[in-house]
Write a protein that binds this ligand. Structure first.
Ligand code: FAD
Length: 330
């Protein structure tokens, strides 16, 4: 059975029944099978294989970057199998503003719109003009506009269960000449008139300081999303616990850092059966020495239950857990 251990950054020992790479729509459709479960894989940095997958894993290897210039800016059409950080590096090297805040996020270009990757004040959906899709069952191909992608916080139309056969083949980006550097995030606000390269370098330095390198310590980035709670609930928490960090989402809701909740529930640096809440960033669960997905599931459930009991806040996973036949919910 082909091994998946080093095809996902959490690196749990795991296998699948069959593994194929595709370099074009034609080779994707030729490799697709209807007689077993199918999982589309990019860089595996948002997927944890908690069991052996009893199906076909299709790895996106569609390559290519096409560049068009016009008066307004630069338009890029990028194959879904390109590496995300390499794309960001390429644009920064050309002196183009637009993607630099998203430096060093692992994974593929094709997966970027799926959860609308975001960091340091920018979400990728803001730079996407359209996304090319092929439907596995029918072979139908179409493009979705930015609006049709329904981008939200770590969310898009691609995450709806009814669209799980929609495969992203190419992503179209627009980097406007008049893009304003985004420096509102704390660690970037000391930069004065920064170039794309200044922001890129600062983001990389901050990320290297804060986040574990998956090549050295298995992890899938933030394990949970930052929950959104009502203002009333937020005020109650502040009354009980003093200052609770929070970011206003709209007139009625506040986003609370999941890291604060996990830390204040006592989990920072804690380990269970080889899975740990990372000591420098408790929102990241790391694979210290785990041998089975059961340990990941048990620890994640313990964190969810404890945070709910203590703060009345429901945590939701950001990572995708893949079991024997497909996605598993906690
Ligand atoms: C150290 C670290 C830091 C991270 N930091 C961030 C961060 O700052 N911000 C952030 O948003 N994320 C972050 N992540 C999460 C992750 O890097 C992103 O979600 C990334 O986009 C995943 O890309 P991938 O190719 O590895 O996805 P995979 O794990 O391979 O796939 C993710 C999901 O997308 C689906 N998928 C993949 N490719 C396609 C396709 N072509 N068509 C349809 N579906 C597809 C898969 O089936 C799966 O459900 C981080 C992860 C790590 C390990």
């Amino acid at each position: 059975m082909p091994e998946l251990t080093h095809r996902h950054t959490f690196a749990l020992p795991s296998h699948c029944k069959q593994l194929e790479s595709f370099t074009s729509v034609a080779s994707l459709l030729a490799a697709y099978r209807t007689d077993m479960p199918v999982y589309i894989l990019g860089g595996g940095s948002n997927s944890i294989f908690i069991d052996d997958f009893e199906g076909l894993v299709l790895v996106n290897d569609i390559k290519g970057i096409d560049v068009q210039h016009d008066e307004e800016g630069v338009r890029l059409t990028v194959g879904g199998g390109e590496n995300w950080h390499d794309l960001v590096t390429y644009t920064v090297e050309q002196g183009w503003h637009g993607l630099e805040n998203l430096a060093l996020i692992p994974g593929s270009v094709g997966a970027a719109p799926i959860q609308n990757i975001g960091a340091y004040g920018l979400e990728v959906g803001e730079r996407i003009e359209k996304v090319d899709v092929v439907v596995l069952d029918t072979g139908e191909q179409f493009s979705l506009s930015q609006q049709a992608c329904e981008f939200g916080y770590r969310d898009s139309v691609f995450k709806r269960p009814e669209h799980n056969k929609w495969i992203v083949t190419h992503v179209h980006f627009f980097l406007p000449h008049n893009a304003v550097p985004i420096t509102r995030y704390a660690e970037l606000d000391a930069l004065i008139n920064p170039t794309a390269k200044d922001i890129f370098n600062t983001v990389i330095a901050v990320r290297q300081r804060k986040l574990p390198d998956p090549k050295l310590l298995g992890n899938a980035g933030s394990f949970f999303k930052n929950p959104v709670i009502s203002k009333q609930h937020y005020t109650e928490l502040c009354g009980r616990y003093g200052t609770v960090p929070g970011f206003e989402v709209d007139a009625a809701n506040v986003k609370v850092p999941a890291a604060w909740l996990i830390d204040n529930a006592g989990f920072k640096g804690q380990c269970r059966d080889g899975v740990c809440s990372y000591q420098h960033q408790p929102l990241v669960l790391v694979n210290q020495s785990a041998t089975s997905g059961l340990a990941v599931v048990a620890f994640a459930r313990e964190i969810i239950d404890t945070v709910y009991t203590r703060f009345g806040v429901q945590l939701e996973p950001e990572v995708r857990l893949v079991g024997k036949t497909g996605l598993v919910t906690l």
